[in-house]
Design a protein. Sequence first.
Length: 324
Amino acid sequence: MSGLALALVAIVALPLLVLVALAVFTARVARRVEAALPARGRFLRIGDERLHYLEKGSGPPLLLVHGLTGQLGNFAYALLEPLSRRHRVVLVDRPGSGHSTRGPGVDGNLAEQAAILARAIDELGLGRPVVVGHSLGGAVALAMALNHPDKVAALALVAPLTQPTRDVPSVFRLLALRPAALRRLVAWTVATPLSILRRRAVLSTVFGPDRAPEDFGLAGGGFWGLRPASFLAASADLQAAGTQMEALKRRYGELMVPVEVLFGREDRILAVERHGEAFVRQAPGARLEIVEGGHMIPVTNAPKVALFVERVAARVAGEPERPA
């Protein structure tokens, strides 16, 4: 074989070898993450899907729904313990997130996720819980209240996604890639190593201006997002939100349950002016409270968030509120 032919073979083979090496690295990281973060709760069969949930405490029920790229560990890290002292608290991995399944070809449709969670409320005998939604989980909670108002006593939304958003935060840009085949290639090659290399920048944006806890990767389940399956599920969620939030927004005047919103003033993911202040003008009777902090206040300011949730639950029950 001539030198030119060898050079051509090398030019073709080298990128393939790099992709194979990245895929092997990604698979190895995924196995290590799955070994380090086994399921903490129980599983519930809802149709064709398996929903992972964690339950603690007794009393008036609360259902907590996490946001984009998250899982129930985001709430278990700091909120589960204080809330479970007075409430029956159920944390869920949204369909396709954490240890919950999402079948092949099933997208991140917000209404379908809401329907699965509404069925879970029945299966678990929660009656009409206060639904706590964080970030994208706030949009799912809004879909629940609009489509299944008989399953929801009130909404306590924490830094919720409430408006159509065209500008995706830089830390989530890869999730917005099209077409699906390209996202799968990225998920199994560069997404995981890039996430590791950019970890500090990502945490600075998602948590900032607050500081991310050093142990959040394991104790809060943050490392779960390094899996290709997590990347693909989050991408499907982001794509669904991009196409469905406009229709959801047009229905806010139909909300029939109490809605309260808590936002961090310095949120770097969702602006309080757009997703908080604009929302309460669109939703009749909705109330907004603004505190210091960023997007991950369920982790960085858990006492304030717990008090907010308890106040919403107390108002629903007609009980005296705990002082701020």
